[in-house]
Design a protein around this ligand. Structure first.
Ligand SMILES: NC(=O)c1ccc[n+]([C@@H]2O[C@H](COP(=O)([O-])OP(=O)(O)OC[C@H]3O[C@@H](n4cnc5c(N)ncnc54)[C@H](OP(=O)(O)O)[C@@H]3O)[C@@H](O)[C@H]2O)c1
Length: 283
């Protein structure tokens, strides 16, 4: 029998999922790296090769598609001989724009990926982990779960909901040896921001506000983004530590977010308006 610990990770075509897959494989885990389009596996293969690793097992998995999720979990269990020590719910998406300009299809896209996708996968692996009386559920959340962000209401809604769900779930599964861990990254250098769809109609009354926020993000936030391998190491800690914290904040932005988010809302909001430049904007 393969003695390696086994983990299924979602969203391994790029960014934090890809780096987590390589980090864990390097630590001796049997990694099943899932992606919604396995045709995109070249970046993962290249990173694994540079790390001196054999190509990882890749399965197709679109977290918004129940049949794909079911198939991916079955394939994973075939590859691992029926055992699963960890699930890393990493796949995610964002959406930039003022809430009033968004439509229900966009709300559903973001919530389906960031919230329902995690719920879907978790429900599929819980019977296996319960039977084992052991398992780690790593949920990649965000420092955006600590306070609201202008122009990112759908993303924040999905991550806040994820955290409330995870906190409740933890009470239900802990007696079976299953531990959910929220990983909250701050600002990391991935494709996320560049690929985030912007919903900004030309006649939007919020246009100036969104441009102000975008300017802050482009000029001040993104240049400070950090090496995604830091998050990969935090994911490994969430899986390997005997008693990981329930919320694992990663990087200075996330640490600051925990402090900022715990302040009275008036103070938090004043800081966000000031930092983003919103305090100088009038419609
Ligand atoms: N980067 C940051 O600063 C940061 C900060 C806080 C939290 N996060 C969180 O970190 C996670 C990973 O994001 P990232 O920064 O690594 O961005 P990324 O490079 O854009 O990676 C996102 C990954 O999710 C996948 N994905 C999107 N929709 C999917 C779906 N329906 N089914 C399966 N996979 C899907 C993407 O696959 P495709 O290639 O097919 O699109 C991609 O592999 C997200 O949950 C994000 O919210 C990131």
């Amino acid at each position: 029998m393969d003695p390696r610990r086994t983990v299924l990770i979602t969203g391994c075509s790029s960014g934090l999922g890809l780096e987590s897959a390589v980090e864990l494989a390097g630590r001796g885990w049997h990694v099943v790296a899932s992606m919604r389009d396995p045709g995109k596996r070249a970046a993962l293969d290249e990173r694994a090769r540079r790390a001196g690793l054999d190509p990882l097992d890749v399965v197709q998995l679109d977290v918004t598609d129940a049949a794909s999720a079911q198939r991916a979990v079955e394939e994973t269990l075939e590859l691992t001989g029926g055992r699963l020590d960890g699930l890393v719910n990493n796949a995610g998406t964002a959406s930039g724009g003022a809430f009033e300009d968004t439509d229900e299809a966009e709300w559903q896209r973001v919530l389906d990926t960031n919230l329902l996708g995690c719920m879907r996968l978790t429900q599929l692996v819980l019977p296996v982990m319960r039977e084992q009386r052991a398992g780690r559920l790593v949920l990649v959340s965000s420092d955006s779960a600590r306070y609201g962000n202008p122009g990112l209401s759908l993303y924040c809604a999905s991550k806040w909901a994820l955290e409330g769900w995870a906190e409740s779930l933890a009470y239900e599964v802990e007696s079976f040896g299953i531990r959910p861990v929220l990983v909250e990254p701050g600002n990391y250098d991935t494709a996320m921001w560049a690929t985030t769809p912007r919903v900004i109609p030309p006649d939007s009354p919020y246009r100036g506000m969104l441009q102000t926020v975008e300017r802050y993000v482009e000029e001040e936030h993104l240049p400070r983004s950090r090496d995604p391998r830091e998050v990969a190491r935090a994911v490994a800690r969430a899986l390997e530590a005997r008693r990981p914290p329930f919320r694992l904040t990663v990087g200075p932005d996330a640490k600051l977010a925990t402090v900022l988010g715990a302040l009275p809302h008036r103070v938090t909001a004043a800081a966000v308006r000031r930092v983003t430049g919103l305090n100088r904007w009038k419609p």
